[in-house]
Design a protein around this ligand. Structure first.
Ligand code: NAP
Length: 279
């Protein structure tokens, strides 16, 4: 079955499920296991991988490099520049380092990891230069709230932003209030990070009944809920092969309107604006 996709503002289709890699590449003794987990995901059709220069100080990018060896053209790689590196020159240098770690000549989607002290227009200028040079194909941001997205879209080339990657799951529904509607209005998918709340939703008893009805695990229900939201890409991280398989199988879970109403009661959507949460 081909993977379900969503469309970036550029018109390019990207998978709605990706593979997260935070905490990978930190411990050499786990390298082989981590590479195998990503390869298993790729074999099961999940061809988007999310990494960052921050993860394992480049170690995660090196795990990704090994995992995509021989199949680079089939994979959509997302990486991120740290805000402390996001100056005009620093962004270019960080990208060069990431390209080296990733053993590739281009990053498919390059994100500003979170907002720091460098003015956004400077980072955007650097991103546009990297695009012209073919070192990145698209750029986006992470952890920006609706007001910051509005500011970004008013900057020169700001409308070229392709995504906002934010913390979003059943227990972190803040983006439902205004960020997701903003992104939907602008035809921009959101990438939901920590979609199983770093494993905590896998142990949440409020998901047990629905999970039992679907013959699924609570983590799968949490993931299926994120995947049921329009214009959202989920990027769970899993090293255990059974977790990788379960996460891919969550694509086939169709939550009914009764299930969704039950989940709304257990994990209510926000009634008012709160600050964007981060992990
Ligand atoms: P997550 O994906 O919600 O959770 C990962 C944890 O859940 C791991 O301990 C994993 O265990 C476990 N897990 C995965 N699938 C499971 C399943 N089916 N059943 C039970 N447990 C399961 O959290 P995350 O790693 O924080 O977020 C995902 C990705 O988003 C990151 O890896 C990273 O790429 C990105 N991220 C971005 C930002 C940002 O600021 N932009 C911040 C955080 C994360 P095993 O590994 O042992 O299988």
């Amino acid at each position: 079955m081909p993977m379900k996709t969503t469309t970036l503002p550029s018109g390019e289709a990207v998978p709605v499920l990706g593979l997260g890699t935070w905490r990978m590449g930190e411990d050499k003794s786990r390298f082989t296991e981590e590479v195998a987990a990503l390869r298993l995901g790729l074999d099961l059709g999940v061809t988007l991988i999310d990494t960052a220069e921050m993860y394992g100080s480049g170690g995660s990018e090196r795990v990704v490099a090994e995992a995509v060896e021989g199949r680079r053209d089939d994979v959509f790689i997302v990486s991120k520049v740290l805000p402390s590196n996001a100056s005009r020159r620093g962004t270019v240098a960080a990208c060069e380092r990431s390209l080296k770690n990733l053993s590739t000549d281009r990053i498919d989607l390059y994100l500003l990891h979170w907002m720091g002290s460098v003015p956004l227009d400077e980072t955007v200028e650097a991103f546009e230069g990297l695009k012209r040079d073919g070192k990145i194909r698209h750029w986006g941001v992470s952890n920006l709230d609706a007001d910051e997205m509005e500011e970004l879209s008013g900057l020169p080339s700001g409308q070229n932003c392709q995504t906002d990657q934010v913390l979003y799951n059943l227990s972190r529904r803040g983006p439902d209030f205004d960020l997701l509607p903003w992104c939907r209005r602008h035809g921009m998918p959101v990438m939901a990070y920590s979609p199983v709340e770093q494993g905590r939703l896998a142990r949440n008893a409020r998901l047990d009944a629905i999970a039992a009805r679907h013959g699924a695990t609570p983590a799968q229900i949490a993931l299926a809920w994120v995947l049921a939201q329009a214009g959202v890409i989920a990027i769970p991280k899993a090293v255990r092969p059974d977790h990788v398989r379960q996460n891919v199988a969550a694509l086939d879970i169709a939550l009914s309107s009764d299930d969704l109403a039950e989940l709304d009661r257990a994990f209510p959507p926000p009634g008012r604006k709160g600050p964007l949460e981060m992990i």
